[in-house]
Write a protein that binds this ligand. Structure first.
Ligand code: ZN
Length: 126
C-alpha cells in the first residue's frame, strides 16, 4: 500500500487526471508495479493493471504464478478494472486469486471470479 501511494504520483494522466497504480503479487512473493499511462491518441493509453501484469509477464511469470492484484485510485471510491484489463486478468489469473481495490481510506476485497462471470478464453477459439 505504501509503495502504491508513492508510485501513483508517477501516473501519466494529463487528460483524465484519474491516476491509478497497481501491484501484482506472485506466489513466490515478487511484486510488480504499474501506473496508467495516457496518450493524446486515447487508444494508446495503458491502464495501471495491465502495465503491472505485463511487467510480470516480461519477467517470465505466467498463469498460476499470481496471487493477487491490488489497484489504488486517486478517487473517493475504489474502482473495478476496466474490461480490457479484465480480459488480461482472465488470461493470466485464476478465479481464486485476490483482487484488492483501494481508494482514499477504503478497501474492497474480491476474488477474480467475482468480476469475471463469463470469460472469453482460449476455449472459445476452438
Ligand atoms: Zn483497464
Amino acid at each position: 500500500m505504501e509503495k502504491l501511494k508513492k508510485i501513483i504520483a508517477n501516473a501519466y494522466a494529463p487528460y483524465s487526471n484519474y491516476q491509478v497504480a497497481a501491484c501484482v503479487e506472485t506466489n513466490d512473493k515478487q511484486f510488480f508495479y504499474g501506473v496508467n499511462v495516457e496518450n493524446a491518441s486515447y487508444g494508446a493509453t495503458i491502464c495501471a493493471e495491465r502495465n503491472a501484469i505485463n511487467q510480470a509477464i516480461a519477467r517470465g511469470y505466467r498463469k498460476g504464478d499470481f496471487k493477487s492484484l491490488t489497484v489504488l485510485v486517486n478517487s473517493a471510491n475504489p474502482a473495478f478494472p476496466c474490461f480490457l484489463c479484465r480480459q488480461t486478468i482472465v488470461e493470466f489469473f485464476q478465479p481464486d486469486d485476490d483482487l484488492i481495490l483501494l481508494a482514499d481510506g477504503s478497501q474492497k476485497n474480491y476474488k477474480m471470479r467475482d468480476i469475471i462471470v463469463h470469460p472469453f478464453t482460449k476455449k472459445d477459439l476452438t
